[in-house]
Design a binder for this molecule. Structure first.
Ligand code: COA
Length: 328
């Protein structure tokens, strides 16, 4: 039994942080950011009382409404995030409480920018096993909470947002999640991390003074690995499933850099018209980029029954992967 996506939703906070706004606080400029990354603006959750669980709850509520089901019907909630409200309890448990899904168990999945693909494949296993009927899979991030807005090399890249899907058993085996290839390589860990706040470096005056509670990245190293990782896994998923570029209706790549997306599409021989892109409007929302793209395509009525979708991602860990979906 395959897991099919029966509903989608996204939530982006209203407040816009444009490249021009960043020019006022950093030694950067709109032209550099657009040509190097493809980003024009990103959304920021400004309310200090709200965090990732708020974004994910908005998504979960929309999904329940769209599907016309009650929260009590949800069996499992998985939230992919690297910016949980707290280290514990999990953000997924906070969402479970907020939507009152009292029959669901809930957990967070830490896969950084590949978190949604990891979570989607994980959720699908419970459907395929026949033990769960309705699984909510959400990717959500308040990246602004871990940005150093004095560091131009990282803070221009990321934004806040969330999106998700409802997984249910398909009626036959032709639609749904067909194949997944997921990878990790911990040797890349130091190139993209938040060093402080965990059990290795608990919060102290010193960790705060040394800015260890912000995202740190060696952009050039990550760029090189991401280009190879995303293109390789996309090609692998195509080959394993005997797909040519003509067979693919949409490529839905993680939105970290327009140049990485282009290189992946080129390697797959796919026209840019078939590539979902919203990095210009939202920046890199980490685990939320791919489900935001899916929700946008769905809202615009572009996804038709039988469409072949390839999802690909790369992120901290390193983590990367590709998923082949046939749309219900
Ligand atoms: N505005 C203006 N100049 C900037 C800048 C900014 N926001 N950020 C960096 N620069 C400068 C650098 O200081 C450097 O100057 P120098 O040559 O005088 O030292 C120059 O621009 C080039 O920096 P570099 O880091 O080599 O640029 P790049 O072409 O590699 O682009 C990234 C930087 C971050 C956009 C790019 O490396 C990238 O996208 N990496 C992958 C990011 C990613 O995918 N992360 C998430 C994981 S999926």
């Amino acid at each position: 039994m395959k897991a099919v996506i029966t509903s989608t939703a996204k939530y982006l906070p209203e407040s816009i942080l444009s490249n021009r706004d960043l020019e006022n606080i950093l030694d950067t400029n709109d032209e550099w950011i657009r040509t190097r990354t493809g980003i024009r603006e990103r959304r920021i959750l400004k309310d200090p009382e709200k965090a990732t669980s708020y974004l994910c709850t908005e998504v979960a509520q929309q999904i329940l409404e769209k599907r016309g089901i009650s929260a009590a019907e949800i069996d499992l909630i998985i939230v992919a995030t690297m910016t949980p409200d707290m280290i514990f309890p999990s953000t997924a448990c906070l969402v479970q409480k907020d939507i009152q899904a009292m029959n669901a168990w809930a957990f967070d999945l830490s896969g950084a920018c590949s978190g949604f693909l990891y979570a989607l494949n994980t959720g699908a296993q419970f459907i395929t096993a026949g033990t769960h009927k309705k699984v909510l899979v959400i990717g959500g991030e308040k990246m602004s909470a871990i940005m150093d807005y004095t560091d131009r090399s990282t803070s221009v890249l990321f934004g806040d947002g969330a999106a998700g899907v409802l997984l249910e058993p398909g009626k036959d085996d032709s639609h749904g999640l067909i194949d997944a290839r997921l990878y990790s390589d911990g040797r890349g860990g130091d190139n993209l991390c938040m060093p402080g706040g965990g059990s290795l470096r608990p919060t102290t005056h010193e960790t705060v003074d040394r800015k260890l509670h912000y995202l740190q990245q060696d952009g050039r190293q990550v760029f090189k690995s991401a280009v190879v990782g995303m293109a390789d896994v996309a090609a692998e998923v195509m080959n394993r499933n005997h797909l040519t570029s003509e067979d693919i209706d949409f490529l839905i790549p993680h939105q970290a850099n327009h140049r990485i997306i282009q290189a992946t599409a080129e390697r797959m021989g796919i026209d840019m018209e078939k590539v979902a892109i919203n990095i210009d409007r939202y920046g890199n929302t980490s685990a939320a980029t791919i489900p935001i793209c899916i929700a946008e395509l769905d809202e615009e009525g572009k996804l038709q029954t039988g469409n072949n979708l390839i999802l690909v991602s790369f992120g901290a860990g390193y983590t990367w992967g590709g998923i082949y979906l046939n749309w219900l």
